[in-house]
Design a protein around this ligand. Structure first.
Ligand code: ZN
Length: 89
């Protein structure tokens, strides 16, 4: 059997990203569920962390909705800038 691709898949849409911020150095990024670690408890509520790729401290997931929307906005603006960059070459 030889499979033929008609429409390419996009694994990005299957990822379950959370956004993380390092309070030590200011790094902000997102990670998939294969990359972040659960560290919540019943008293404090659910939370997750990744190891900051910049300074190595724990970067915790961002839970404040206004902070999260600021960062998603920034991400969208950066993606737009990147696609403008390629279109203008
Ligand atoms: Zn850091």
């Amino acid at each position: 059997m030889t499979m033929k691709t008609i429409v390419e898949g996009n694994l990005e849409v299957t990822k379950e990203y959370k956004y993380f911020e390092c309070l030590n150095c200011g790094w902000i990024g997102k990670a998939d569920k294969t990359e972040y670690t659960y560290c919540g408890d019943q008293r404090e509520g659910d939370s997750w962390y990744v190891k900051c790729p910049c300074c190595g401290h724990k970067a915790y997931d961002i839970q404040q909705r206004h902070r999260l929307s600021q960062i998603v906005d920034k991400e969208i603006r950066m993606q737009q800038r990147k696609s403008n960059y390629w279109e203008n070459r």
